[in-house]
Write a protein of this length. Structure first.
Length: 171
């Protein structure tokens, strides 16, 4: 049975069966399109918070219930920080909440758009140009009906680097 399932997966979904690895221009693996990783520099999209610190071996949620004072304090602090940074009162939920696995590679289009001004300023480019890259990376619902529209953080950050070059201070 395992051999049959592996064979079908390799034949039908070879990219996913092999980890959806993402490679840079030199062919080096830089990550997976299916596993989130941390980006903290101002010239990049930031992922949603991770209870696992983006460590696949520690993949899990925080197990803090919605009324837990620690969770409430962390979400409030994160939301206040984003409000101060962006000047907006409305913060998308995924900007301050972790995913169940702590490794979600996607953010909502609203959270990506919220970060565009910071990215444009850090890279010294027009907001419209950064917004265009973000919009080009909005993925629709799976099969048109499943899930929500989303933006893959790694793939979008790679596109930002390809279009604008890496900011000097960020390596």
């Amino acid at each position: 049975y395992p051999l049959a399932v592996t064979g079908v997966a390799q034949a039908a979904f070879p990219d996913q069966a092999n980890g959806s690895l993402v490679r840079d221009k030199a062919g080096q693996v830089v990550g997976s399109a299916l596993v989130g990783q941390s980006f903290a520099a101002p010239g990049y999209l930031h992922p949603r918070p991770s209870a696992a610190s983006y460590d696949a071996a520690a993949s899990s949620g925080s197990n803090l219930g919605p009324l837990n004072p620690d969770l409430i304090a962390r979400v409030k602090t994160d939301a206040d920080t984003l409000r101060a940074e962006t000047g907006t009162a409305v913060i998308p939920a995924d900007a301050v909440t972790t995913s169940a696995s702590g490794l979600d590679p996607h953010i909502s289009p609203a959270y990506a758009r919220l970060q565009a001004a910071r990215i444009a300023q850090a890279r010294g480019v027009a907001l419209e140009e950064v917004s265009q890259v973000i919009e080009q990376h909005v993925e629709g619902r799976t099969f048109g009906v499943l899930g929500q529209p989303r933006v893959n953080v790694l793939l979008t950050n790679m596109a930002l680097d390809a279009r604008f070059a890496r900011p000097a201070a960020e390596g």
